[in-house]
Design a protein around this ligand. Structure first.
Ligand code: ZN
Length: 361
């Protein structure tokens, strides 16, 4: 299972180029599961966003986020595991399976993941301890592990898992997942979240050998550390599916009983003020279009000045819309040194229409 080999022309790991396709319409899709959209995004963004969300809603939400993410992961994994549950593990064994998962996680920029200990019972682990270093988002990871442990149960006898983490030192945690005897409901089969996928004509410059956009080759994969870095900004990147993030927000909305879109826009706006440089905020339309397309966030087709310093944008095939809006809003404020507001709407054809206008005072 040599999946670490890099393209000799651009240096991007082949596995990344083989498993993801950057389309000409501002989207990234998984090649193995073509209905699954992906994003390639700043990973610090996630925990930064969650911390701000917690401050804005003014109550602890870390456990809710882990719970919501685990539910999204369980729903996603359950149909995949129902038929093949255990067979892969039986075939190649827990430790090898764990090493394979860890290699893939490193390629996606999730950090270093090492299986420390597990106690198998009835052919599967009831308790598993994992050491993680440089994890892309501790909360997302805890949710994933809990959801995966729950999804691995026998049909109609799924059991609840709980997850706990311990800080060993800076950037290093021990995460333990326990599978308890408590029954958990078989997740209802829901249609996977799909996103609008309009054709586009964005001619991305690509590596002739592996087909990855050449802009992606500016990022540095460190497979030993499990990180993807942008040497220009020092920021960490990760490749992940937006659907489980959207499901996590949906679930969080249910738990908190409030609409979260505007709250997420605000949390993201605040985060962007801590992350984006003034130089980056001053990009022209074509550069912003490229940056959004490389991240798979959509296709910027219009960006026109409006009245009184406002700006009108249209983004086709948007995903993670509130995060995207918070990004554009924060970027506008940094570039103009003015507080602004965002007015937005998802139109019938799925396009995001966004107006950002400076506030009067
Ligand atoms: Zn290449």
């Amino acid at each position: 299972m040599k999946i670490e080999k890099a393209c000799s022309n651009c240096g991007v790991p082949f596995w990344v180029a083989r498993t993801n396709v950057w389309r000409d319409n501002g989207t990234i899709y998984s090649r193995m599961l073509p209905q699954h959209r992906m994003v390639f995004m700043e990973s610090d963004n996630l925990d930064g966003l969650f911390s701000n969300l917690e401050i804005i809603v003014d109550r602890p939400i870390k456990d809710l986020i882990i719970e919501a993410k685990s539910k999204a992961t369980r729903e996603y994994l359950r149909p995949l595991l129902r038929r093949r549950r255990g067979r892969l593990v039986q075939l190649i064994g827990y430790r090898r399976m764990a090493r394979y998962v860890a290699s893939m996680a490193a390629l996606m920029g999730y950090g270093q993941i090492e299986l420390l200990d597990f106690s198998p019972k009835f052919g599967r682990a009831d308790r598993m301890t994992i050491r993680v270093r440089n994890i892309y988002s501790l909360l997302m990871f805890c949710g994933d592990i809990k959801g995966a442990a729950e999804a691995a149960g026998r049909p109609n006898s799924l059991r609840q898992a709980s997850v706990d983490y311990l800080i060993e030192k800076a950037n290093q945690y021990q995460v333990t997942v326990f599978v308890s005897g408590k029954a958990v409901q078989e997740p209802e089969e829901r249609e996977p979240l799909t996103y609008v996928n309009k054709p586009g004509d964005f001619q991305l410059e690509r590596c002739p050998q592996c087909g990855t956009p050449t802009e992606v080759a500016n990022y540095r994969w460190d497979l030993a550390l499990g990180t993807i870095n942008d040497p220009r900004t020092g920021r960490r990147m990760a490749i992940f599916g937006p659907a489980t993030i959207d499901r996590t927000f949906e679930e969080l909305e249910k738990q908190l009983g409030i609409e979260l879109d505007d709250v997420i826009v605000e949390a993201q706006r605040r985060y962007i003020h801590t992350a984006l440089t003034e130089e980056e905020s001053r990009l022209d339309k074509e550069s912003i279009r490229l940056q959004l397309a490389v991240r798979g966030l959509g296709n910027l087709t219009e960006m026109e000045p409006g009245e009184k310093g406002s700006i009108n944008l249209r983004i086709e095939n948007p995903c993670l819309a509130p995060i995207l809006i918070g990004l554009m809003l924060g970027g506008y404020e940094i570039a103009t040194h003015r507080r602004a507001r965002a007015f937005w709407k998802i139109e019938e054809d799925g396009d995001l229409r966004l107006t950002i206008e400076p506030q009067e005072n």
